[in-house]
Ligand binder design. Structure first.
Ligand SMILES: Nc1ncnc2c1ncn2[C@@H]1O[C@H](COP(=O)(O)OP(=O)(O)O)[C@@H](O)[C@H]1O
Ligand SMILES: CC(C)(COP(=O)(O)O)[C@@H](O)C(=O)NCCC(=O)O
Ligand SMILES: [K+]
Length: 256
């Protein structure tokens, strides 16, 4: 029997199956034209029709009411469900937010991924999804907090829709460069390089203010587009959140 590991973000559902201690490679399914909440439930239906699933370990950022919808769906399908939420004082983490309920559950799973991938090393996790989050974690488990900024696609959407370029289609991010000779390439390069510059500035400031060397870990949907441009030593691991969910699965298994 299989456990499904699911990260439901604002743009896409990422999933992997976990069985006998082994995780499959991550797959990412966009929501397309659907609202994220509808998209998640449709994708879950497809996943449960494809394989025999005993349990789902899921993290989402789609609102508290959505957890209830998921619970009802899984009860109907007779599948166990654990929805991961940010919590104070668990897994050896001390969260910077005084109210953990306000800290994105995906960011919390990101901190667990740091532990799973890097052990008890100080780290800065950059998760490049719909929004980009940057979080600093000390070796002793103290989370120092972080920043949230618009992701690559959001930057580009805002630029296109709030200028006379509204008639234009998607901007290209591949082969971003500083010397461009057409509007779309100029915009795509500008968005990508502005995000890269922001992350270099934020990462450098965090490293300066931390008391121990911190390993930068880059993950999320735009990892591959950003990694070659980023002038900061880092590890690129697009599927890091799946490792955070594996960590939860292993910890839950220990409690059984
Ligand atoms: N088919 C796709 N649909 C949506 N985003 C995509 C797609 N392919 C690549 N991306 C990129 O992935 C990013 C979303 O990353 P992801 O980590 O899945 O985000 P989230 O967790 O917010 O859903 C977008 O900013 C976009 O640039
Ligand atoms: C910042 C986020 C929107 C990122 O979501 P994502 O890009 O992964 O879809 C999400 O982590 C969130 O809703 N956080 C709650 C607010 C906070 O962490 O302060
Ligand atoms: K994110």
């Amino acid at each position: 029997m299989t456990t499904l590991l699911i990260d439901a973000g604002n743009s896409r559902l990422k999933w992997a199956s976990f069985s006998k201690g082994q995780r499959s490679p991550q797959q990412a399914w966009p929501y397309g034209e659907h609202l994220p909440q509808t998209g998640v439930l449709l994708h879950l239906q497809t996943l449960l029709a494809q394989q025999s699933v005993e349990r789902i370990i899921l993290v989402h950022v789609l609102g508290a009411a959505f957890t209830e919808a998921l619970e009802a769906f899984c009860a109907q399908q007779a599948v166990g469900l654990s929805v991961v939420q940010a919590q104070a004082g668990v897994y050896g983490l001390e969260l910077a937010y005084p109210n953990p309920a306000q800290f994105g559950a995906d960011r919390f799973v990101g901190l667990l991924a740091v532990r799973k991938l890097l052990g008890s090393q100080a780290a800065i996790l950059i998760d490049c999804g719909t929004a980009v989050t940057v979080d600093a974690l000390q070796a002793d488990g103290k989370h120092l907090g972080g920043v949230i900024l618009p992701g690559l696609q959001l930057l580009s959407d805002a630029l296109i829709h709030r200028t006379q370029a509204a008639h234009m289609s998607a901007t290209p991010f591949e082969q971003a460069k500083v010397f461009n000779n057409n509007t779309l390439q100029s915009m795509g390069s500008g968005c990508l390089l502005s995000l890269v510059g922001a992350l270099e500035g934020i990462g450098t400031r965090m490293q300066e203010q931390m008391t121990e060397p911190a390993q930068i870990l880059l993950c999320g949907g735009d990892t591959e587009l950003l990694t070659n441009h980023l002038r900061l030593a880092h590890l690129a691991y697009p599927e890091a959140l799946m490792e955070g969910l594996v960590y939860v699965a292993e910890q839950e298994a220990c409690k059984l």
